[in-house]
Design a protein around this ligand. Structure first.
Ligand SMILES: Cc1ncc(CO)c(N)n1
Length: 221
């Protein structure tokens, strides 16, 4: 088994709780309220800010041109397709400019931002990859639950978020990330433990991010 699968199995409890989260259930069956979707997307747009910066660091930290080109391609897609989804939803849900560009960050968003910026500042390729891999692989896993597109929810605000994380190109990117991560498995136990901790923290935060999106204390459902 590769390093990626080893770590996913090690942190399977948080991983599976995130993939099978009630937030995902509601998204997949189309019952997610606009209030909850809005709140999630406002926080997730801030996640995307640090994530885009981290992809830039991956371009810089990768060991060779073929790998840099993969990240550069994903960066380009992220800057177009994914950003369009957010802008369309923000328009539909009436999100004002201030909440798009500089909302109050929830604690979990701040924690995720810190994790991504610390991986970025480390310039360590395995640490950068660990955060990218968890974010993309875990999203691919929940989106795979959607199954046949004929059974996806009707509203684009729901189905597009599924499609962005469930399509052949996306699946190939996740598989590539996994192989790349396996290929740079650190030989030094200290570095290996550090990368494992980065992975663990990312999985924990993915679960907490969905928890926060459903937190009943913050919004009427
Ligand atoms: C919190 C979170 N994790 C992963 C992704 C997928 O990149 C996302 N958009 N948001």
């Amino acid at each position: 088994m590769g390093f990626a699968n080893e770590l996913r199995n090690q942190y399977a409890e948080d991983w599976n709780a995130a993939v099978n989260h009630p937030f995902v259930d509601q998204l997949l069956d189309g019952s997610l309220s606009d209030g909850r979707l809005r709140r999630y997307l406002i926080q997730d747009y801030q996640f995307c800010d640090a994530f885009t910066a981290l992809l830039g660091q991956a371009v810089a930290s990768a060991p060779s041109l073929p790998s840099r080109l993969v990240f550069a391609g994903v960066l380009g897609g992220f800057a177009s397709d994914e950003n369009t989804y957010f802008q369309d939803c923000f328009n539909e849900l009436g999100v004002p400019e201030a909440d798009r560009s500089a909302p109050a960050l929830e604690p979990v968003t701040q924690d995720f931002d810190n994790l991504m910026r610390s991986a970025l500042a480390s310039r360590s390729y395995p640490d950068v990859l660990a955060v990218l891999l968890v974010a993309e692989w875990l999203y691919g896993d929940w989106a795979a639950r959607a199954g046949d597109p004929a059974s996806w929810p009707a509203a684009p605000k729901h189905s597009e978020w599924i499609r962005l994380h469930n399509n052949p190109e996306y699946n190939a990117w996740v598989a590539w990330l996994r192989d790349e991560f396996d290929a740079v498995e650190p030989a030094s136990p200290d570095v290996r433990n550090r990368v494992s901790e980065t992975f663990r923290e990312a999985v924990r935060l993915e679960r907490a991010f969905f928890d926060a999106a459903l937190d009943p204390s913050a919004l009427p459902a």
